[in-house]
Design a binder for this molecule. Structure first.
Ligand code: UDP
Ligand code: MG
Length: 304
């Protein structure tokens, strides 16, 4: 069974060689029948040069370079489209997804699962990030139709059937954590201790994390629109009651300001869905490819 590994890379010039060494070592006892697809997500450093060098030296390491930075979700989609394996692994370039776990995950996949996810503990994370993500997943469990788990992210191996299912989902705003849950199939799990990044910094600025969180909450259904339905009559009732009781203009002004806040929030939620609908209607490609490694020998031989 052929294995493809998809690795999104954004400014990972110092990580690519380490990743190569770690993957080769991790898979040496498990399989030799594999390819690695490095997706250079518009890096501004020497990541692409490193990928080219690696490909010349070891053609199992292929690369696709995007025309600019489209984000990790787009880079993963690109990698999945290029993967030719019967089994496909997704992992980060910074070795925070330890390649040494892959053999165990593959064995578990072969026992009949279509997805095996490696779930990380949050040990070593900053306290504020852990607390925020716990709160977020609690909220997500209430809002989403699909079940997303804290720590169970993109580090996983998938059967060809699961990859094809993911590729059949055309949405523009991709929230992979939710998509993995949405496609279903039997999912196995291994756990591992959190490891800090080997080189460089995380690309997640706090604002990007918030955006990603909103994407998650609004990608799967229109439940966030519900509060508008319930809050409208509630605020109207409160207003009528207050009109009967309160007299002072200052209190009225404060109450109106509060209502305006609620309205703005709900308009924001509505706007989020309108923006999403526009993006879906435009149907722009998720990414554009600038350059990719020469076609593998067996593919070139198959060309007419
Ligand atoms: N990444 C990417 N495009 C981006 C941001 C990140 O391809 O716009 C890649 C990055 O190179 C790494 C993976 O996605 O391989 C995870 O990124 P990062 O380590 O910054 O995220 P964190 O581990 O903090 O969640
Ligand atoms: Mg990382």
């Amino acid at each position: 069974m052929y294995l493809s590994m998809v690795v999104p890379c954004f400014n990972e010039e110092h990580g690519v060689q380490r990743l190569h060494d770690a993957l080769v070592a991790a898979l040496s006892g498990a399989t030799q029948d594999y390819e690695v697809i490095l997706v250079d997500d518009g890096s501004t450093d020497r990541t692409l040069d490193e990928a080219r060098r690696l490909n010349e030296h070891d053609p199992r390491f292929r690369y696709v370079s995007l025309s600019r930075n489209f984000g990790k979700e787009a880079a993963m989609l690109c990698g999945l489209r290029h993967a030719r394996g019967d089994r496909v692994a997704l992992l980060d370039a910074d070795l925070q997804h330890p390649p040494a776990l892959l053999p165990r995950m593959l064995v578990l996949l072969d026992t009949g699962y279509d997805q095996v996810v490696a779930r990380r503990s949050r040990s070593g994370d900053r306290a504020w990030r852990t607390a925020l993500s716990r709160a977020y997943y609690r909220l997500a469990r209430r809002c989403l139709d699909v079940r997303v788990q804290d720590g169970a992210g993109d580090f996983r191996v998938l059967s060809r059937r699961a990859v094809d299912a993911l590729l059949s989902l055309p949405e523009q705003h991709r929230f992979s954590k939710g998509l993995f849950a949405w496609i279903g199939f039997d999912t196995g799990c291994v756990t591992y201790r959190n490891v800090p990044r080997e080189t460089g910094d995380s690309r997640w600025r706090p604002s990007a994390l918030v955006d990603h969180g909103v994407d998650g909450l609004t990608s799967f259904n229109d439940h966030p629109l519900r509060p508008a339905l319930y809050l409208g009559p509630l605020v109207f009732g409160l207003g009528c009651a207050a009109a009967a009781i309160v007299g002072s203009p200052q209190r009225w002004a404060a109450a109106l300001l509060g209502c305006a806040g609620i309205e703005m929030f709900l308009l924001g939620v509505l706007g989020e869905y309108v923006g999403r609908t526009c993006a879906e209607v435009r149907q722009r490609p998720h990414y554009l490819v600038k350059e990719s490694s020469p076609a593998p020998v067996e593919l070139r031989a198959a060309e007419p």
